[in-house]
Design a binder for this molecule. Structure first.
Ligand SMILES: [Zn+2]
Length: 303
């Protein structure tokens, strides 16, 4: 038992979960999404249960897809603390990360502009994102935002491209891929989930990673899906430089990059000024969505 991490934060996304096989599976208020929420919940529960079974003392799960309301708490071990929705800070989106020593990333995807399954960074409206000439996967933003608390990124699961990007960014991180190449019909979700949980337990011994603190400065290039009109509008809104369909940002460090991207992807100056209210409304929207998922579930599996 000694030498293992004992307090774990799980960041859970949907695209790399075992239930997501199309964009609709990740899209709010579609019947595919309702089904995917159930499978994503089962993936997370398999990991949570395995972690508790091997004796760790604390698990916090942060639901990090879209509204942040995808996981069904009634299907997750009650000993885990499940956090829905978003908080402004101190860690963007997460609020307080709690007493975790290490973070595991489940259901993740590859960076915008790369060829992974449903690849994107923060939003599919970004077509391509480069930081100092390299694609920027979300794991870098999330892991860096936890680094000041000393939280070490130890485990990552997502498509093979996403896993490769995680390993490039974070030396020695343990990865467990989900390969969707052969299609859903040939995929054994139960077997995969069992192996995922086992891999997560093994990663509790991964003491080789360190908190992720990449060095600045960073030159960021953001290409929007909708082209130069969108880039111009966003650049003007935030006082940034744009060249054609590309927004160019000179950032001091990765936290600066993250804040710029949050603004570009989710905010306007007005929403930023009224953020507590905006977040309350957004979280209410998420709760309504999850209530709808439950009603769909009763239709799919009446008992
Ligand atoms: Zn997602």
């Amino acid at each position: 038992m000694s030498g293992r991490f004992r307090r774990i934060l799980i960041i859970a996304d949907i695209e790399g979960s075992s239930g997501c096989w199309s964009y609709r599976g990740s899209s709010f208020m579609t019947t595919e999404w309702a089904r995917t929420c159930l499978e994503m919940t089962r993936d997370v529960q398999a990991v949570v249960q395995a972690l508790f079974e091997c004796g760790i003392e604390y698990v916090r799960v942060k639901d990090f897809h879209r509204t942040g309301y995808n996981l069904l708490p009634e299907l997750i071990d009650a000993r885990a603390e499940l956090i829905h929705g978003y908080r402004a800070g101190p860690v963007p989106g997460l609020g307080d990360p709690g007493p975790a020593e290490a973070v595991m990333f489940l259901g993740m995807h590859a960076a915008s502009g790369t060829d992974g399954f449903l690849a994107h960074t923060l939003t599919s409206r970004i077509r391509q994102l480069e930081v100092n000439g390299n694609p920027l996967p979300e794991i870098q933003l999330f892991a860096a935002s936890l680094a000041s608390r000393g939280i070490k990124p130890i485990f990552f699961s997502g498509c093979p491209v996403a896993c490769a990007q995680a390993r490039t960014a974070i030396e020695h991180i343990s990865v467990f891929p989900i390969d969707k190449f052969a299609g859903q019909e040939r995929f054994d979700a139960i077997a995969w989930r069992t192996d995922l949980a086992q891999a997560a337990v093994t990663a509790l011994n991964n003491k080789r990673t360190i908190p992720f603190k990449p060095q600045g400065p960073m030159r960021v290039k953001v290409r929007m899906q909708t082209g130069s009109t969108a880039a111009r509008k966003i650049a003007r809104r935030w006082g940034l430089v744009h060249q054609g369909d590309q927004i160019v940002i000179e950032a001091n460090d990765i936290h600066d990059v993250y804040m710029h991207l949050i603004r570009i992807c989710y905010l306007t100056p007005f929403i930023e000024k009224t953020l507590p209210l905006g977040l309350r409304l957004y979280n209410l929207w998420g709760r309504l969505g999850l209530a709808w998922v439950r009603r769909q579930q009763k239709r799919i599996e009446p008992n």
